[in-house]
Design a protein. Structure first.
Length: 428
């Protein structure tokens, strides 16, 4: 089949610059990108030519720390501190979960991601096989981890190994698997050493919560006489690529550890604000060259899965926390939501809108009044866009959402099933 040409496009190139031109897509890859002054129709044949002047086309956004089925707990246990929220609300509700509940909750969460321009998410939770099934139905790309805690003993490690092989044998190239120790305060050093050994055997990475609250850091120091990131370095966790969620309270020594290893620090500003955990020192991370990305965390502590709003908040918090308007400029939108996570999760693949780049793209309508003047679109992505401007989503060159309608599953039917499950679990 001949390529499809998206003509007269405004797009973000693989360097993060705003360009105009024509994008040719064949199968699951970007075949060619033509400057606006060249008419590719003169010398090339295409299956279809799609006028695209109404859109800003860019790679899909990547949500790097989620607990996607927790949309089921959205609005339950609001306005509580982290420890009380977990122990009095979330953990008791999670004890009621079952396969079908996680499957339909995952699809509902994925629908929210797609509507807000996400084509990838990195998740830690339970019932991973159900999340994977939902991902396969939806056609979304994902990195999944089974949440592990010490009290579960080696059974969680064995289950992780089984899940890794099951997902590999299923042959869905869009789904990968990391080990998922919850945190240093729920996983002992001996247990974390076993996690590292398992990750090394599987040749995979690790997803973990780190330094989320001051009390967590203080408790680890009291018990082990070192800080959490220093502790996990001692047990060898950084031998593997690590997704480090939160990192709100870090020392200079810990920051150097993060800088010197293959780590993706994931900033979750809404969740950290809502739970009153604190504001991560992202400006320091950026100055040091620590690779960063953005996550929403779960919808129970956010309460949405919208990276446009998340990075907007991240920028404003960075400026006001240090009273410096130049911090966290709009040019960070593309690196933090696209380029950095792609280089971490897919280091050997060509990325971005360039020949050979994977055709995971979102089409953002430019004709909303809040996106004018259009000469400043890169700024508008950070400070004006809401997420609802995303009209089409393409993954591997296939339409997953067209004209805001999800094509891979019946969203209304999922909402109906989800509501039944919610009323059963929450007893509303």
């Amino acid at each position: 089949m001949l390529p499809t040409l998206y003509k007269d496009s405004t797009y973000i190139d693989h360097y993060g610059n705003l360009k105009t031109g024509h994008i040719a897509i064949q199968d699951d890859l970007i075949q060619s990108v033509y400057p606006i002054e060249i008419d590719p129709l003169k010398d090339h044949r295409f299956e279809t030519v799609v006028p695209s002047s109404s859109y800003l086309i860019m790679p899909g956004l990547m949500n790097c720390h989620t607990h996607i089925p927790m949309v089921l707990f959205r609005g339950l246990g609001d306005d509580l501190p982290l420890s009380e929220w977990l122990h009095t609300k979330i953990f008791p509700l999670e004890d009621k979960l079952y396969n079908e509940a996680v499957y339909f909750s995952s699809l509902l969460g994925i629908a929210e991601l797609l509507h807000n321009g996400c084509t990838f998410f990195s998740d830690m939770y339970f019932f991973v096989e159900e999340i994977a099934k939902a991902c396969s139905v939806a056609g979304i790309r994902a990195n999944l981890s089974l949440g592990l805690m010490d009290p579960k003993g080696d059974s969680g490690l064995h289950q992780s190994v089984e899940l890794y092989h099951q997902l590999k044998e299923a042959g869905n190239q869009k789904i990968s698997f990391f080990m998922g120790p919850h945190a240093p305060y729920t996983c002992s050093p001996d247990y974390l050493e076993k996690v590292v050994m398992t990750a090394e055997k599987l040749d995979t990475g690790i997803h973990i919560h780190l330094n989320e609250t001051e009390s967590e850091v203080e408790n680890i120091q009291a018990e082990y006489h070192c800080r959490p990131i220093e502790l996990i370095k001692q047990v060898g966790l950084f031998k593997r690529p690590v997704v480090a969620a939160h990192c709100v309270f870090t020392s200079e020594q810990e920051q150097m550890i993060l800088r010197d290893h293959t780590v993706l620090v994931v900033h979750n500003p809404s969740s950290n604000c809502k739970l009153a955990s604190g504001i991560a020192p992202v400006n320091q991370y950026l100055k040091m060259g620590i690779r960063m990305a953005i996550g929403t965390d779960g919808a129970a502590s956010n309460n949405q899965l919208n990276l446009f709003k998340e990075i907007h908040l991240a920028s404003l918090l960075s400026k006001v926390s240090e009273k410096e308007a130049t911090f966290f400029p709009h040019k960070l939108f593309y690196p933090l939501l696209c380029q950095n996570p792609a280089s971490f999760f897919f280091p050997h693949q060509t990325y971005g809108i360039q020949p050979g780049g994977r055709a995971d793209l979102i089409f953002i309508r430019k004709d909303y009044s809040h996106l004018f003047p259009q000469e400043n679109l890169l700024s508008h992505l950070m400070y004006s866009a809401q997420g609802n401007e995303v009209e089409h989503v393409m993954i591997d060159g296939k339409w997953i959402m067209k004209d805001k309608q999800i094509l891979t599953f019946d969203e209304k039917a999922i909402q109906t099933e989800f509501t039944k499950i919610y009323r059963d679990i929450a007893k509303c």
